[in-house]
Design a binder for this molecule. Sequence first.
Ligand code: ADP
Ligand code: ASP
Ligand code: MG
Length: 453
Amino acid sequence: MIVVKFGGTSVQDAEAIGRAANIVSGRLDRQPVVIVSALGGATNALIAIGEQAAKGHLIGALRGVEELRARHLRECEALLKDSDSSAEIAAELSATFDELASLAEALSVLGHATPRSFDKIAASGEELSAQLVAAFFQLKGIPAEYVDARRVFITDSAFTAAEPQPDLIAERARELVQPLIDDGKVPILGGFIGSNEQGLTTTLGRGGSDYSASLLGAALKASSIEIWTDVDGMLTADPRVVQGAQLIEEIRFDEASELASFGAKVLHPNTIAPAVRLGIPVFVYNSRKPGGKGTRITFDAPRRAVSAIAGKSGITVVRVSAAKMLFAHGFLKRVFEIFDKNGTSVDVVATSEVSVSVTVDDPSTLESLLGDLRQLGDVSVERERAIVAVVGAGISDESQAMGRAIAALAGIKVHMMSLSATAINLTVILDADDLNEAMVRLHNEFFASGMNA
Ligand code: ADP
Ligand code: ASP
Ligand code: MG
């Protein structure tokens, strides 16, 4: 069997859902299981509804609910027209919006929303899209069957960024999804959403539908996982930043994983891990060009000096200086224990004679982290930084690659630099304002002539 995942733009309206149906129809002999995102932009709209309600802006929140209801009913009408299921599906969708409206009212009275309520609200995007897609696929003659993803994707209780429990997911997938496949059906599930063992709705974090696809692929030992999106595949840089970014036809798992972690939104950073463990190839395709080559992510892709450039802003650099202590036995361990205790994950680390510098991309735990670090030495914080990463499995084989990267950044202020332990990427910390310029320059350096490094 294969897992076929459609992102938000690939199910954004009736036309896109029509294209998705054609893609799935062409794969029926490979026993597809389908994962869908919410209609493009719906998750943002849902989160905005939660925020408005929590601020007590009930009218704004309810307006948001009605806009989203109208959009879903419009697409439902366009997709199902006068089919038998049309009224029934429209009523089901509408019931979800009634629930959302009640939830918004409750939150506005409280004037507060917890991560748990945000997950309940955000998850409705994928519930709605999966039901709508399943109904339309059936109309198109695909033996589709909606499966409530929350019953399959069991997670811990870290609402808004829940950790999936792979063993339980495998058990549920065998129980609830495999029998449908064996029966010749095409199961349709919402990505991104799950539930904890008490049955409360959770989500896997923004962009998490890719992760759902990969988890399900691993649980059912899929022969491949297909991620259908709005670009031709993984490209040599973010096409919104760099004109002329080129398709990477084959890329290694480790490189794809680094690119995702350093800002290539085309894949959720956790997507690769479940697939890697079982050696399941992941493909990235453009749902607007179903005949395209796409990108194949595997172990055996060629080793290149530089495969792509990625970048992300919103980075905070934390420096701890303790001249006398830095290289004393156990000092770095104490520093990292503090990060661990605060649940703060670290992207890039660099040490100098007198300090250790660390980047953090989620500022939510920063205050308590800094308090703890100050016990160890002087702590300084730099906000509004960005990371640019030059990713390539062979970057340290080719002696010139690093020099070329550094030369390409001439005149841009560099705050920190690090070659990863596995020597698969060179990461450079800059001012956030310089990020796009740095990405363009690095891309020009390595890819301008159409040559790959
Ligand atoms: P989906 O809704 O299908 O999950 P996303 O918006 O999450 O799609 O991801 C696709 C987007 O990722 C593309 O439109 C592109 O702008 C962005 N992107 C960033 N870096 C890259 C890259 N290296 N290759 C391809 N796309 C990238
Ligand atoms: N709909 C969710 C989001 O926008 C998950 C996803 O699309 O991957 O974050
Ligand atoms: Mg995505």
